[in-house]
Design a protein around this ligand. Sequence first.
Ligand SMILES: *Cc1c(COP(=O)(O)O)cnc(C)c1O
Length: 385
Amino acid sequence: MSATPSTAVPLCDLLTQYRSLQPQLEAAVTRVLASGQVILGPEVAALEEEIAAYCNASHGVGCGSGTEAISLALHALEIGPGDEVILPAFTFFATAGCVARTGARPVFVDIDPATFNLDPEDVAAKITSRTKAILVVHLFGQCAEMTPLWRIAERYHLPIIEDAAQALGAEYQNKRAGSLGLMGCLSFYPTKNLGAYGDAGLTVTSDPALAARMACLRVHGMEPRYYHKYLGWNARLDAVQACLLRVKLPYLDTWIGQRQAAAERYHALIEQHHLTDWLERPTIAPDRRHTFNQYVVRVARGERDALVRHLKSEGIGCEIYYPLALHQQECLAYLGYKTGDFPVSESASRCVLALPMFPEITAAQQERVIASCAVHLRRALRRAG
Ligand SMILES: *Cc1c(COP(=O)(O)O)cnc(C)c1O
């Protein structure tokens, strides 16, 4: 084992949470193994119901990952070649990758500089006769501005799909992420608000026909057995992941509260260390419950990459979500966008930095993170004269 300096702070610590729930998690796994039912089955059905209820939706369809959740939603709407889907240029790749892999064209819109979420005005400007859906992302754990999107969706009769992978538990005007559009796509990747011990995902909806279609698509579009109604694929969720998620779900709101408290501490620490000009703190937009899946600051004056090197050298975890906007990704070059097309997204990709964030992070760990930022940034300030 390499020696970890005592000042090290991980970007995300999954083990503290695991240890706090270890007996319950292990008992649940034992129960599933002894049941002999390890794919779909009652554990998955129970999780689907519990997550749907948590999101204020009536149906849930469990699947293998957040990526599969988005793919199921798109395929359930029969989106494919010749269609266009509007989505932000600044998000995790999966949002666009799922659209492109249906054969439809991802049509990017720029983001709001304050929240990093998509800019509704740009959505209105990008609608064409080929537009089939708006894929809104609730980035970093905060819901996008929905009211103008609802108006656009109604005016053009377009479905809204939510990529709520980072935002389980987030709210907009007291309504839960996942029930703000026609379908909400969730990820249980281990670092998300509710993390599995492997890959898992789920789509929630209050439309029974769409739920039934997604449930069929995830098993090769098969109904009845060996008669294939839709061109589906294997997007199933396994029972071990479902039972582990069911153990954790009752703690989700407590963990979100701890994330919010940690975000408040960062907010205060950045001020106490006189770094507000250097580290622009996240904005909580009105009417939102921000779940702080990530605590993302903007680093001013081109210091971001040097600050990352400094933090890494001190054993402090940090990450750049995301260093390239999606229209700049190599595999999406065929879409024909160019650098300069989405200036707010591009500028975000140059200055964003995610600091360590997980429910169990301590005040002392956060103090070390900000003190370490302060050391580097004061040095940079002196250099600048
Ligand atoms: C994590 C994530 C996904 C994909 O989820 P997986 O479970 O990793 O497939 C999709 N969109 C966003 C915004 C994400 O953060």
